[in-house]
Design a protein around this ligand. Structure first.
Ligand code: NDP
Length: 326
């Protein structure tokens, strides 16, 4: 079967489209015939080797997959069941979705929600499911639509695009921060009310600034996140999930101790199963399904390696679905 395979021998890191046999798949109690996978930022890092995301070699990347169970000795799944997988170290330490088949632990799977086709579920993927977790975090911290505007950073990327769509459908006023002003119309079509240039937030700033936003979904980290903290209104909250600018956080405690703001970290990889199920159920109701098409671009498995480089260079808009059988 066809697969993307990452190898590292004598410190030489290589990613190739190749043929592998089922014997090369790792241990697991469910074998899935994959219909679609996706490209997330983390897949870009894995495929290019730009960050040490992959910690076991050889490995099939792909932190997401949607497909049909082929064989199963797991009590919850039988042949023919349609399933989705996001995270759990798949595509990092256990071979993942960028192949025609995957063998995984059944505990990592969730049933494909009735609302979505496998392709739509992958258009959402880890990025979209993380957006939902971010919105749920803001809700949990009491950020309701009447409190004020919500900032979404990395707006034209995968997490950002889906977050805008969900927030707008829920009645929030969304401000999109992007480095791609030419995507303003796209961002507005997803529900953004206004656009700001990400350069406004990316340099070192003051510890405390004007109170601008009731909440934020931040995919960028570094100075951007520090400046967001400084601009969050009294009692507001930030759902922080990403590091597209950097992993550092050069911030001050001022907004925390003077305005009582909350910095809520969001992790999708080891998020417990009940919260995942809740997030997927919420996506079925709170994401405008017509936006999925607008957000998504489909590629074949053979296009995944060059597309990963483009993704890291910030040249890909929204979500990229990979048809592993094309
Ligand atoms: P994408 O590559 O699709 O989007 C990232 C976006 O970030 C880009 O489109 C760009 O948006 C913006 N960006 C890129 N470089 C910079 C920079 N130097 N400074 C400021 N903004 C920048 O990635 P995803 O949406 O898939 O992921 C976004 C982030 O969230 C990543 O860091 C990823 O690792 C993280 N993530 C974390 C998860 C978790 O579980 N915590 C799960 C999923 C993702 P624009 O062009 O609009 O400026």
């Amino acid at each position: 079967m066809k697969a993307i395979l990452i190898t590292k021998e004598d410190d030489v890191y290589e990613t190739n489209l190749t043929d592998i046999s089922e014997d090369q798949l790792p241990e697991g109690n469910v074998t899935v015939k994959v219909d679609y996978s996706t490209l997330n930022y983390k897949d870009g890092l894995a495929i290019t080797g730009k960050s040490p995301v992959v910690r076991k070699f050889p490995l099939v990347p792909g932190i997401d997959l949607a497909g049909t169970v082929e064989t199963s000795s797991h009590a919850d799944y039988k042949a023919g069941d349609q399933v989705v997988l996001n995270g759990w170290g798949v595509g990092e330490v256990h071979s993942g979705g960028l192949a025609e088949k995957a063998r995984v632990n059944g505990d990592w799977l969730v049933p494909l929600p009735d609302a979505f086709t496998p392709k739509q579920a992958m258009a959402i993927g880890t990025a979209g499911y993380t957006s939902m977790l971010c919105v749920m975090a803001l809700e949990q911290q009491g950020v309701t639509p009447d409190k004020g505007e919500i900032l979404v950073t990395g707006a034209a990327g995968g997490v950002g695009s889906v977050a805008i769509s969900i927030l707008a459908k829920l009645g929030y006023t969304v401000i999109a921060s992007t480095g791609r002003p030419n995507e303003a119309e796209y961002l507005k079509s997803l529900g953004a009310s206004d656009i700001i240039d990400r350069a406004e937030l990316s340099s070192p700033g003051r510890p405390l600034g004007k109170e601008r936003w009731a909440g934020a979904v931040d995919t960028v980290g570094s100075h951007t996140l520090a400046n967001i903290c400084a601009g969050i209104k009294y009692g507001g909250a930030i759902a922080a999930c990403g590091l597209a600018q950097g992993m550092d956080l050069p911030a001050s405690v001022a907004p925390f101790i003077l305005r009582g703001i909350i910095l809520n970290g969001v992790d999708s990889v080891y998020c417990p199963r009940n919260k995942r199920m809740q997030a997927w159920a919420r996506l079925a109701t709170d994401l405008d399904i017509s936006h999925i098409e607008l957000i998504t671009n489909e590629i074949s498995l053979s296009e995944a390696i060059p597309a990963a480089k483009e993704l890291l260079e910030g040249n890909i808009r929204g979500r990229t679905v990979v048809n592993v059988n094309a």
